[in-house]
Design a protein around this ligand. Structure first.
Ligand code: BMA
Length: 331
């Protein structure tokens, strides 16, 4: 654990799968791949489905030549079979403005699988929403204006409307530095979004000093919508942490509970990280160490959840927790 930043620890309610061994990494991919991370996961029509980010062709400094979104299926959510071809590439988007698609999140609503993903374009960073039923074709439903990303959808309409969490980048009004927060918007049709409001400011999270963003799409529990978010703290004294000359941020996973009828009301959140970087995969090895990026939360039997998270922007990991314990942390 040589390069672990001091101060933050994972909650004892979280159990890492096999001590933190990744469930998916580049060696599992049947095409060119380097970093496999920040996946979205859902249970869909009797099996688990995962869309993951694959960054490859590292330039030796700080950027990757290519990013695609890959596809894998599983019967148990642990052992994955990766499909022969990526699910979504730049070519599939067919738009020269678009330079990268990444960080997918999956939500099943009324038996359709919706995909939220980040879209870098030459004129700003946009949030895309698509839908599929066969994981062969995706219909693009909407794209935000810049700059917005980390969108996640609730699994049900609330008050007749689809609801999403999102993370705009309000540079101008937040002082020209990273001070970014979690917002919420609603839609009747997944295409036109409005009724936007602030859900949680970065200053509301005791272990973040930089930015926060939605992580895993919410799941329904009797106590409220349970959802994971990511948090970032920055320390300018940090130096080389990974492949780049300098990486000064740490990403953790946080957990919060939202009111079932009015999800803009936060019932509570854990005042400490749910998952902080601690294992060798999370702190010592990979492109950007000390990054935990939660993207999937799967309710198993009303009692436990599987938590999927990217580690160090390099591998995909799994942890489990009891629903009861997560709710308790939010009170
Ligand atoms: C964020 C996103 C994530 C990534 C994280 C750490 O800005 O790009 O995809 O995991 O940075 O590099």
């Amino acid at each position: 654990m040589g390069k672990m930043y001091p101060g933050l620890h994972s909650s004892s309610v979280v159990k890492r799968f096999e001590g933190g061994r990744p469930i998916l990494s580049s060696k599992d991919i049947p095409y060119e791949a380097d970093c496999i991370f920040n996946a979205g996961v859902a249970k869909y029509r009797g099996r688990y489905v995962m869309l993951f980010r694959n960054d490859y062709q590292f330039d030796g400094k700080g950027a990757f030549g290519r990013t695609v979104i890959g596809l894998a299926f599983s019967d148990d959510g642990i052992k994955w079979k990766v499909e022969d071809k990526p699910f979504l590439t730049l070519e599939d988007m067919g738009d020269e403005e678009i330079t990268r698609v990444y960080d997918p999140r999956l939500t099943v609503i009324e038996d359709k699988c919706y995909i939220c993903f980040a879209v870098d374009t030459r004129h700003g960073l946009r949030g895309g929403i698509g839908v599929t039923e066969d994981f062969k074709h995706m219909e693009l439903l909407s794209m935000t204006v810049p700059d917005n990303r980390n969108m996640v959808l609730f699994p049900e309409k609330i008050d007749g409307k689809f609801v999403r969490l999102e993370r705009p980048f309000p540079v101008y009004s937040r002082g020209g530095i990273d001070r970014f927060d979690i917002w919420m918007s609603r839609s009747y049709d997944m295409k036109y979004w409005g009724e936007s409001e602030l859900l949680m400011g970065v200053e509301d999270v005791p272990f973040a000093n930089d930015k926060i963003g939605p992580g895993a799409p919410p799941i329904r529990t009797d106590a409220g919508w349970l959802t994971l978010f990511h948090t970032v703290d920055i320390d300018h004294s940090r130096g080389k942490n990974g492949w780049e000359e300098r990486w000064q941020k740490r990403y953790c996973a946080g957990v919060m509970l939202l009111d079932l009828e009015d999800p803009s009301r936060i019932i509570g959140m854990s005042k400490e990280p749910l998952i902080a970087p601690e294992t060798a995969y999370e702190t010592d090895e990979g492109f950007r160490t000390n990054v935990i990026f939660p993207g999937g939360l799967i309710l198993e039997d009303d009692k436990t959840v599987k938590i999927y998270y990217g580690a160090s922007d390099t591998v995909e990991c799994l942890a489990t927790a009891r629903v009861e314990d997560l709710i308790e942390l939010c009170h």
